[in-house]
Design a protein around this ligand. Structure first.
Ligand code: SF4
Length: 213
């Protein structure tokens, strides 16, 4: 029953957000890995502003691994925690060269060995870089999953596991894009816009808002 309602909700969201996708710009799995690390607690738009210059100067793991700390920091300095992120990106690039023959690995357990890469980032890369079914649980996906009654946990790994039980594998990537858009544009943290939410009739959240005021 929960699966049936969940698929109905996803169909409705597909109509509401046909263009739902990752909002970071990238051309390959390595660039996706780098921009995802940069985007932690930073707006995607800001990352998209700096990434073209970053990849022009350091177009691959080998170049990134050899990057001069200060020169690279100068390019990414408008992004929060840029020094730490820069360190992680250089160390991650070195590890890709040393342990993975210069290629971004395609397994979550290998990706999480890279500096600055947690399970969410690993799942983002698998799903969006390689098209491998994965469920990256960011703050939007977590909040919406809880409000829709699909998970009672706040831990992203447990939410991922709950969503994986509800949806068939071939839907995982699309589900996370759609939930991400619902959370970003309508089901916002402080005041969800339930009055304009296309799935309000199926949402059990007790704190639903009925109007703007
Ligand atoms: S009805 Fe409100 S709480 Fe439920 S999913 Fe929509 S915006 Fe979120």
């Amino acid at each position: 029953m929960i699966q049936e309602t969940a698929m109905k909700i996803i169909d409705i969201l597909e109509k509401r957000f046909p263009d739902a996708c990752l909002l970071l710009n990238y051309r390959n799995a390595f660039e996706l890995l780098v921009v995802t690390i940069l985007a932690a607690q930073a707006p995607d738009e800001r990352v998209n502003q700096v990434s073209p210059s970053l990849f022009q100067k350091y177009p691959n793991p080998a170049a990134m691994a050899e990057a001069d700390d200060e020169e690279m920091d100068k390019i990414i300095q408008t992004i929060s925690f840029y020094r730490q992120k820069g360190r992680n990106i250089r160390a991650m690039s070195k590890k890709i060269i040393k342990d993975f023959q210069g290629e971004v690995p395609k397994k979550v357990e290998e990706l999480v060995q890279l500096n600055g890469v947690g399970r969410k980032t690993a799942n983002i890369v698998l799903a969006n870089g390689f098209g491998i079914p994965a469920i990256p649980v960011d703050t939007h996906v977590a909040r919406v999953s809880q409000r829709l009654g699909w998970s009672e946990f706040s831990n992203p790994d447990q939410i991922e596991s709950d969503l994986a039980k509800i949806f068939p594998r071939e839907k995982w990537i699309r589900v996370t894009h759609l939930l991400g858009f619902l959370g970003r544009y309508i089901c916002q943290a402080k005041k969800p816009k339930c009055w304009e939410c296309p799935v309000t009739n199926w949402c059990p959240y007790p704190g639903k808002t009925i109007s703007k005021d």
